[in-house]
Design a protein around this ligand. Sequence first.
Ligand code: SF4
Ligand code: SF4
Length: 70
Amino acid sequence: MAVRITDTCISCGACIDECPVEAIVDDSDNPTDAEIYYVYEDKCVECVGHHASPACMVACPTEGCIILVR
Ligand code: SF4
Ligand code: SF4
């Protein structure tokens, strides 16, 4: 139960402050060394208990960039 940021991420930063559980890190902290933002899937709760829908997906301007992983 998590979301994943894919390689269409433009590192705009719109998602990171929306996450209620601090699951998102920016490109400089991406543990895979890819130059995109990253979601720690073990921290992400898909915003359940916080928002009606995943806040990062709502905030992201790049369609299809953040996907559900189940
Ligand atoms: S879905 Fe919610 S909890 Fe998961 S990374 Fe996005 S904002 Fe954070
Ligand atoms: S909002 Fe979307 S494009 Fe912007 S940093 Fe987050 S995942 Fe990347």
